[in-house]
Design a protein around this ligand. Structure first.
Ligand SMILES: C=C1C[C@]23C[C@H]1CC[C@H]2[C@@]12CCC[C@@](C)(C(=O)O1)[C@H]2[C@@H]3C(=O)O
Ligand SMILES: O=C(O)CCC(=O)C(=O)O
Ligand SMILES: [Fe+2]
Length: 364
């Protein structure tokens, strides 16, 4: 791979994952000093059974307090997940030059490469990703000209099942905000025909010095919700300082037959700041790990803002409405400061206005 390609995609050098010592480009300093990681502590990420009669209340509470929860009884067959895993193995085991045939092109979200905000971090991630937007057929044909249907079939199947699971979750989340069943359909993401989904397949190779690297640095997801399937642990969420302890990383356990659900920036905006867009990162271990992150947000032409008027809340809106692609553009410049750029904040005029200006310039 040429240096140019490597830098543009913020991808590893093909030999990196075989090194015994970690190259400077991937080694983070003081990674585990602050905040600390809670291995056994007072924190347990809520586990929510989708058949629980108290589902709405439990989901609302988890979205507010944690911004992440684990779901069981989701109805997706383990057999589909096993097939998804074997196709992910098959994809990432391809030679580097084959995977690069479907490298993300400038300005597109779909294809092989690093994350959309990877260029904002000082170090490379110990991971490879493949993003799917819409049909995977074109890319799959390039990867396996004679044998692409087994990949496409499981992707389509998983997509269909996870999309309907996502709609169920979004409904429960909106109901927890106080909307009625009838009102749901007036909301820009309240129905399967209104949402857009992006599937991100991730591979985190085994590492001999896992404490020096990260599979993905700390970030929030931009979408409304993300549904994560993981075949082993590695994901950690940042728990805010509270009465129990200071800010700390909490390990998200890998519970068989469950998914992890994260709240993203757009759900934080939609709920007018009530739901927590949780910061998370991915750590690496001595064994290979696979995950599939399924991002659910509004369609590209839909502006999403706080739903305060609809719900008749007393609080005034904290954010200006934004389209998903617009937010991605701001994030690719401002990273974790992106939401400040759309904040309606009368109290901090100086800084706020400067960032808002940048926001409008980017939107133009
Ligand atoms: C629809 C999406 C969601 C994206 C951007 C675009 C395609 C790739 C997604 C990710 C995947 C990896 C983490 C993330 C933070 C990243 O860097 O790229 C995600 C990002 C986001 O959540 O904004
Ligand atoms: O691999 C994981 O567990 C999560 C990956 C992630 O955070 C992402 O793709 O946004
Ligand atoms: Fe993420």
């Amino acid at each position: 791979m040429s240096l140019h390609t490597t830098q543009k995609l913020k991808l590893h050098h093909p030999e990196t994952f075989k090194f015994d010592s970690i190259p400077d480009s991937h080694a983070w300093l003081d990674l585990h000093e602050h905040p600390s990681v809670e291995s056994i502590g007072p924190d347990t990420i809520p586990v929510i059974d989708l058949n629980d009669p108290m589902l709405i209340e439990k989901i609302g509470k988890a979205c507010e307090e944690w911004g992440v929860f684990i779901i069981s009884n989701h109805g997706i067959e383990p057999e589909v997940l096993n097939r998804l895993c074997s196709q992910m193995h098959r994809l990432f085991a391809l030679p580097e030059e084959v995977k690069l045939k479907v490298a993300k092109a400038e300005g597109t979200d779909a294809g092989y490469g690093g994350g959309a905000i990877s260029h904002l971090f000082s170090k490379f991630s110990w991971s490879e990703g493949f993003s799917i937007v819409g049909s995977p057929v074109d890319h799959a044909q390039k990867l396996w000209p004679d044998n692409y249907s087994s990949f496409c079939e499981v992707i389509e199947e998983y997509n269909k099942a996870t999309k309907s699971l996502g709609c169920r979750l979004i409904h429960a989340i909106l109901l927890s905000l106080g909307f009625s069943e009838e009102e749901l359909y007036q909301i820009p993401i309240g129905g399967s025909s209104k949402i857009k989904t992006v599937m991100n397949l991730n591979s985190y190779p085994a590492c001999s010095n896992p404490d020096q690297v990260l599979g993905f640095p700390p970030h929030t997801d931009s979408a409304c919700v993300t549904i994560v399937y993981q075949n082993g642990s590695g994901l950690q969420v940042l728990r805010r300082k509270d009465d129990i302890a200071p800010t700390r990383w909490v390990i998200v356990p890998a519970v068989p037959n469950t998914f992890v659900v994260n709240i993203g920036d757009l759900m934080h905006v939609l709920s007018n700041g009530r739901f927590h867009n949780v910061v998370h990162r991915v750590t690496i271990s001595k064994t290979n790990r696979l995950s599939c992150a399924y991002f659910i947000g509004p369609q590209d032409d839909v502006k999403l803002g706080p739903l305060s008027e609809l719900a008749g809340w007393e609080q005034s809106p904290l954010y200006r409405p934004v389209k998903w692609p617009g937010l991605l553009k701001i994030r690719s410049k401002l990273n974790d400061k992106a939401l400040q750029a759309i904040k309606i904040d009368s109290s901090s005029r100086g800084e706020g206005n400067r960032i808002s200006f940048e926001f409008y310039a980017l939107q133009a």
